[in-house]
Design a protein around this ligand. Sequence first.
Ligand code: ATP
Ligand code: MG
Length: 252
Amino acid sequence: MALLHTEHLDMRFGGLSALEDLNLAVPAGGLYGLIGPNGAGKTTVFNLISGFLKPTGGRIVWDGREISGEPPHRLADWGIARTFQNIRLFGELSVLENVLVGFHCRSRATWGEAVFRLPRYRREERDRRSRGLALLEEVGLAEAADQPAGKLPYGHQRRLEIARALATGPRCLLLDEPAAGLNPQETGDLIFFIRDIKDRYDLTILVIEHNLRLVMGLCQHLTVLDHGLTIAAGPTAEIRKNPEVIRAYLGK
Ligand SMILES: Nc1ncnc2c1ncn2[C@@H]1O[C@H](COP(=O)(O)OP(=O)(O)OP(=O)(O)O)[C@@H](O)[C@H]1O
Ligand SMILES: [Mg+2]
């Protein structure tokens, strides 16, 4: 059974149909790709699944329960984490602090306990710091822990954003164009990195990407969108031979 699936999912913005009748079925442990030209509706799919948008039609089902229209923080609690097409880090905060932001969604201490820095909060904070450092170690950013996030090289900022998403303890990770702005070497590293965290954290991963090397090298299944419509879906090896996909997206 699919861990995440959508049924006839629609999103309209006024007169514009950004997404129409999307039927995704992402198996647990899968590496699933979403591709298509600019404006195809890819980010809209992520905004719907992560609760940033409410669908105008259809359903989203996560682990057997309907989640359409649930708010982002609840979906994060239930194990859905995402990154953004345009990196959203706190540039002035340190690398470690950026990761700690992710842990906060799992805090048990109350607001009052935090304000007065009561023992439970302090204990949790110590614990979070050491887990944050361990996570940075795992993603290869430990040496930069105290640097401002905004000063990191671009490839590392992308990686940090993924680390922050991991800090929320997800079962499913949505990556929106993780290779955007990376050079070929960094893109190669990223492919290894994504495979590694998928195994290490037992993740299901959905990735949006224009970089075909990354998509073809990483994803087992693809859905191809164009103007909000699904023009093809299936195993990557089949999609790359599909003439309509080649015409609409792959070019030549
Ligand atoms: N919040 C919004 N309000 C109005 N229109 C929107 C909104 N979000 C997206 N759209 C429109 O929906 C369509 C799909 O946008 P979306 O961002 O999902 O495309 P995309 O496939 O991610 O494109 P890109 O590859 O450029 O990131 C576009 O026409 C876009 O202008
Ligand atoms: Mg997009």
